[in-house]
Design a binder for this molecule. Structure first.
Ligand code: ADP
Ligand code: MG
Length: 712
């Protein structure tokens, strides 16, 4: 037997049980041993019958006092009963439909029972407790693992299978594959693999379990770091990307109504240097910039260079609204330069789609802007040289590479630029985008004013309505609600929020504003004289586009919406952002929403409405009032809630893939993460392909980890 022995080869696991193990993701011995307990019962803490109150779950060591008797109940259930005692008192033990227990419990024998003690009118009873015989010379384990199960599999079976596998391996003298070189084990005081697996499944005590867990956390982070660092080193090595050495932007810049900021110029130069590098190494760059820092024009400049050098460009945005907006903005500009753009989204008509696909295939269309529709197989390029994805954190690694694959078909790896408006703390950027170079737009275009932000509760409703009226009369207003319809508990676009118990409780307490009913109420009762619009994710694309256009053209004055407007929407005349149930949103998300205003010449405001009294929520919202700097907010968010917000959501739409779901580790532990990266770097610098015998285990583990991360 070894780690790769199929689970079905274990004695006692037939075809049917095999299926059950598969459904837990256990296919071989390794996966069985890496199926860790979700908790441990502390059976070592033996309680005394007399001192223990009703309803307590725990261990009792008792001696059997009477012969078990089985009775038939009216409902045809069999009940077997007997009495047992400890130093302090006695207790009736009851088992249903298990008449065979009478052969187990003999008078005078001692057992450890684990379960719930019920005490009624002075008499004690335990119903169907777990029992273990006390045998002299053999200590019962204090901590007993509780495994995650699936229907049809029992704790007992998992326990016995794990024990069997472990003991067989040990008896056969199997060398458990160790992914760490021994000096790393020593340096961080990590438990060697065999001992760690033993402690996880058959723990000596809580401290040892902790130590074992720590090893597996580090193991996973280390493999993760190895994978990312390897990718980065390989990318650096060169390739067959198109060398775009004509990077003169004079014509392009002349057409802009403004001059680039310092940060934009610097970033565009960095991009141009990547595109024109002589070795044909494809660009792999992240352009990170706070909302409104002007990433789009940098993308446009890059696309311009690509086209000038005879290549095509693809520009992918996560939503139709955003893709359309990019198209509207860029096509005007590129028209003047004789560059042909096309827009391809889910709602592009079939005939138009065909026309675009043809145009792209023969190179007649230079730039395609669109949504996921760009990933469609039918779209093939004549010569795709540059792929840009906007709001990268919304896309998974898989989608990123899928567009790149298209380019490879036409020869050569494309240059890749990803843009993110989520200001990511440096530590995390390193991890999430470990394989990318980074340009940062840390300067806003001139004349931007900070958006004054206030936190209010329901008692301000009247005044708030007055303020909305004032701003809707002079300019335009957004109002964002957490849900689309009344009494919904899941809401579109919200990033994972149930990080801590407190947040979940708050969720239940506060009543949520829904976009549909708020829009109705505002239009009918509060602002009958002002055009109110409504937009949310459940509407058809065409309808959303129409509403968005009406808002852009100032036909709608107040736009009630859900977070569909979170990403990238640009309507400079909007000056007030009201966010209902603000406690429901993550900081980074609030910052994104606030970024929809303050885009024009007029003073802008953001009002966070929240009646939540939760201290955590209040503190979070106060951060919003105190700064407009996305990077500071991101740091605070990371500190307060962990890195959940920086990862794509696990539910629905484009956000699902690319989320990082570790088995043991999480990314909160920055310290450990940094160490993992340091060690990985160190190992790779002497063995870049991980082919030394001592690193082969790590390589295999890393490959498996990434296969899993990409599929989740
Ligand atoms: P984001 O980085 O959030 O994607 P955008 O690219 O949408 O930002 O730019 C926000 C606004 O700033 C747009 O209206 C754009 O025209 C404007 N803008 C971009 N760069 C400059 C600049 N250098 N000077 C003035 N305005 C600019
Ligand atoms: Mg943008």
């Amino acid at each position: 037997m070894d780690f790769s022995t199929p689970i079905g080869a274990l004695p006692g696991i037939g075809k049917k049980r095999c299926e059950l193990f598969y459904s837990l993701g256990i296919r071989d011995v390794e996966e069985l041993l890496y199926h860790f307990p979700r908790a441990y019962q502390n059976r070592g803490n033996v309680l005394s019958l007399a001192m223990t109150p009703d309803g307590t779950v725990g261990s009792f060591v008792m001696t059997v006092a009477t012969k078990p008797q089985t009775f038939m109940l009216k409902n045809r259930k069999q009940i077997t009963k007997f009495v047992a005692f400890d130093d302090s008192g006695k207790c009736t033990l009851v088992f249903f439909n298990q008449p065979f227990v009478k052969d187990i419990f003999h008078i005078g024998d001692e057992f450890r029972f684990y379960g719930k003690l019920s005490v009624k009118y002075g008499s004690r009873e335990m119903s169907s407790p777990v029992y273990e015989p006390i045998v002299s010379g053999k200590k019962l384990p204090d901590l007993v693992p509780v495994y995650p199960l699936t229907e049809g599999l029992t704790q007992k079976l998992l326990k016995s299978s794990t024990e069997l596998a472990f003991n067989t391996l040990k008896a056969e003298g199997y060398a458990f594959p160790e992914i760490f070189p021994s000096y790393v084990l020593k340096k961080y005081g990590l438990m060697p693999i065999e001992e760690a697996l033993y402690e996880i499944h058959f723990p000596t005590d809580a401290e040892m379990v902790q130590k074992a867990r720590m090893r597996f956390v580090f193991e996973e982070l280390y493999a993760f770091a190895l994978g990312l660092s390897m990718a980065k080193r390989q990318i650096k090595k060169g390739g067959n990307a198109l060398v775009m050495d004509n990077t003169d932007l004079t014509e392009f810049l002349k057409l802009l109504p403004y001059s680039l900021t310092g940060a934009q110029s610097r970033s565009v130069s960095e991009i141009a240097a990547d595109l024109s590098n002589g070795e044909g190494r494809p660009m792999n760059r992240l352009l990170s910039g706070d909302v409104g820092s002007g990433k789009t024009v940098c993308a446009a400049a890059s696309l311009y260079i690509a086209v000038k050098n005879g290549a095509q460009g693809a520009f992918m945005a996560p939503t139709e609204i955003l893709a359309t907006q990019h198209y509207n903005e860029l096509s005007v500009l590129f028209d003047k330069l004789g560059i042909k753009c096309a827009l391809l989204t889910g709602s592009t008509s079939a005939s138009e789609k065909r026309r675009i696909c043809e145009g792209v295939a023969i190179g007649d269309i230079n730039i395609v802007i669109g949504t996921h529709a760009l990933l469609n197989e039918k779209l093939s390029f004549e010569r795709l040289g540059l792929v840009i994805t906007d709001e990268q954190h919304r896309f998974g690694v898989r989608q990123r590479s899928s567009l790149a694959e298209k380019a490879k078909k036409t020869g050569g790896s494309p240059h890749i630029l990803v843009m993110s408006a989520t200001p990511i703390p440096r530590t995390l950027a390193l991890i999430l985008y470990g394989d990318l170079d980074v340009s940062v737009l840390d300067e806003l275009p001139p004349g931007r004013k900070t958006v004054d932000t206030f936190l209010v509760d329901e008692s301000y409703r009247e005044r708030l309505n007055g303020f909305i009226r004032k701003n809707a009369t002079s300019n335009q207003v957004y109002i964002v609600c957490p849900t689309v319809e009344e009494s919904e508990d899941s809401e579109e676009g919200l990033l994972p929020f149930d990080f801590t118990g407190e947040d979940i409780e708050e969720k239940e307490k506060t009543k949520l504003q829904s976009a549909v009913s708020l829009a109705e109420r505002l239009q009918n009762e509060v602002f009958p004289d002002i055009p109110v619009g409504l937009i949310h994710g459940k509407m058809k694309s065409a309808e959303k586009n129409r509403v968005m256009r009406d808002f852009e053209q100032n036909k709608i004055k107040i736009l009630v919406s859900t977070t569909v407007i979170e990403v990238g929407v640009n309507v400079p005349n909007a000056v007030l952002m009201v966010i209902e149930n603000a406690e429901r949103f993550g900081l980074s998300q609030l910052h994104q929403l606030r970024g929809r205003v303050g885009r024009g010449a007029d003073k802008s405001y953001c009002i966070l409405v929240s009646s939540s009294n939760g201290e955590k929520a209040q503190n979070r919202l106060k951060v919003m009032c105190s700064t407009n700097n996305g990077y500071k907010i991101a740091e605070a968010d990371l500190e307060q809630r962990g890195p959940g917000d920086f990862f794509p959501n696990s539910r629905g739409d484009a956000r699902q893939s690319g989320g990082i779901h570790f088995r043991f580790a999480n990314l909160c532990n920055m310290d450990l993460l940094k160490k993992a990266f340091e060690e990985a770097d160190c190992v790779l610098s002497s063995d870049i392909t991980l082919s030394l015998p001592e690193n082969r285990g790590a390589k295999e583990y890393m490959q498996k980890l990434f296969a899993r991360l990409q599929n989740s």
